[in-house]
Design a protein around this ligand. Structure first.
Ligand code: PGA
Length: 243
């Protein structure tokens, strides 16, 4: 289902509503969280729902999509820090239930296999939140990624490094490698919630939703999933032919 709302605030409110409904319906469930600029508004809203309506995270389990290799969890630009700054630090989640891939694993292949086992042991992800890169990536599965890929180490595309440079004080500080859940891993979630806002995402959104399913546009793999909810603002939807 594709839903187009006028602006970022409405997309954020709607996304938070969907996530909150999922948490209320399945308090012991499993949510996959995403990082980046897009979900910040939704996370702010979830924090507000926790404060004003007692939205309860205490029995929830979470898995994050990806992390930069080489950044420690307490590095300000790590995705671990991002999640605690924008969401986990302001709600009653148990730290031991909030899983984030380590960017410093000694044996990274082992860590990736463990990660897959941990998701499986949790019962699988009920709702996976996703952004989309301006180059069509999902998580850090860059163009060229196998559509059946699993959790692994990847090289970031030059475009992603440039897009993410805004979060770092110097462009050369942006890590060039990351650990990411694979496309195959993501497609196993029972429901996917993709959010995209801004006209810089319009081309990627149209290619992902209406173009051929191809590793050149990793997000096009979402067409293979039967339960995908897409939330767009009008700018991100502007190149779709059928909305
Ligand atoms: P953004 O990133 O939310 O910062 O635009 C999305 C992504 O790269 O998946």
């Amino acid at each position: 289902m594709v839903e187009v709302l006028t602006d970022y605030q409405l997309v954020s409110d709607r996304a938070a509503g969907i996530i909150a409904d999922q948490i209320r319906a399945t308090p012991r469930g499993v949510i996959g969280f995403a990082t980046g600029g897009t979900p910040i508004g939704a996370y702010d809203r979830l924090v507000a729902l926790h404060r004003t309506q007692g939205l309860d995270f205490s029995t929830l389990t979470t898995f994050n999509l990806d992390e930069y290799v080489g950044l420690s969890p307490d590095h300000p630009q790590s995705y671990h820090s991002f999640m605690w700054q924008h969401l986990f630090g302001h709600v009653n989640i148990r730290a031991s239930h909030a899983h984030i891939l380590s960017g410093l694993a000694h044996d990274v292949d082992h860590a990736c296999t463990e990660w897959e086992h941990r998701i499986e042991a949790s019962g699988g992800i009920d709702l996976q939140i996703l952004g989309i890169g301006s180059n069509g990536h999902i998580a850090f599965n860059e163009p060229g990624s196998s559509l059946t890929s699993r959790t692994r180490v990847v090289e970031l595309a030059e475009r992603t490094v440039q897009d993410n440079a805004r979060f770092f004080d110097r462009p050369d500080k942006v890590p060039r490698t990351a650990v990411t859940m694979g496309i195959g891993t993501i497609l196993e979630a029972r429901c996917l919630l993709l959010m995209a806002t801004g006209d810089h995402k319009a081309h990627a959104v149209a290619a992902a939703l209406e173009g051929p399913i191809t590793p050149d546009v990793p997000a096009s793999a979402l067409q293979r999933h039967t339960n995908v909810h897409v939330l767009l603002d009008s700018a991100a939807a502007s190149q779709l032919s059928s909305v």
